[in-house]
Ligand binder design. Structure first.
Ligand code: IDP
Ligand code: MG
Length: 150
């Protein structure tokens, strides 16, 4: 018999970022975009949006049940944010290094969270934690059409 092996090719040069509502409210959107561009990420797609509670719940489904979940959903749906599909070689790791630790007290000098985050909750930016999640998160907010033409 013939066996068909389905191979899934997961891109390793894309990641998903959010400039979170705290950073947008603090008028840091431009400064954070500047960091992104200066770190040689290519912006494949980006848009401003105000997440509904349902969108925030869908996006952060993996954190459901955690003690900070309700606070996180409330925060992420509290105002406008900017969602971005970013491209660079080794994008996920490069972007995590650029943003720094979840808790700004632990974030290294020169990272975005060190310079723009207020607390572990209000931490200015999001970054995907794996190539698989990057593709899921990009697809959660962007249609194929929005990602084409770059
Ligand atoms: P990450 O954003 O660095 O990947 P995660 O552990 O995936 O961190 O948590 C997702 C988001 O949930 C964080 O960026 C932060 O906004 C929020 N969060 C995480 N831990 C806490 C906490 O202990 N208190 C309040 N909010 C938290
Ligand atoms: Mg995470």
């Amino acid at each position: 018999s013939t066996k068909y092996i389905k191979k899934e090719y997961i891109l390793d040069n894309q990641t998903f970022a959010i400039i979170k509502p705290d950073a947008v409210k603090n008028k840091d959107t431009g400064l954070i975009l500047d960091r992104i561009l200066k770190a040689d990420f290519h912006v494949l797609a980006g848009k401003l949006l105000h997440m509904s509670q349902e969108q925030a719940e869908g996006f952060y489904d993996i954190h459901k049940g955690k003690p900070f979940y309700d606070e996180l959903i409330q925060f992420m749906s509290s105002g406008q944010c900017m969602v971005l599909a970013l491209e660079k070689e080794n994008a996920v790791e490069e972007w995590r290094n650029t943003i720094g630790a979840t808790n700004p007290d632990e974030a290294l000098e020169g990272t975005i969270r060190k310079d723009f985050a207020t607390s572990v909750g209000l931490n200015a930016v999001h970054g995907s934690d794996s190539n698989e999640n990057a593709q899921k998160e990009i697809a959660f907010f962007f249609s194929d059409g929005e990602l084409r033409g770059n």
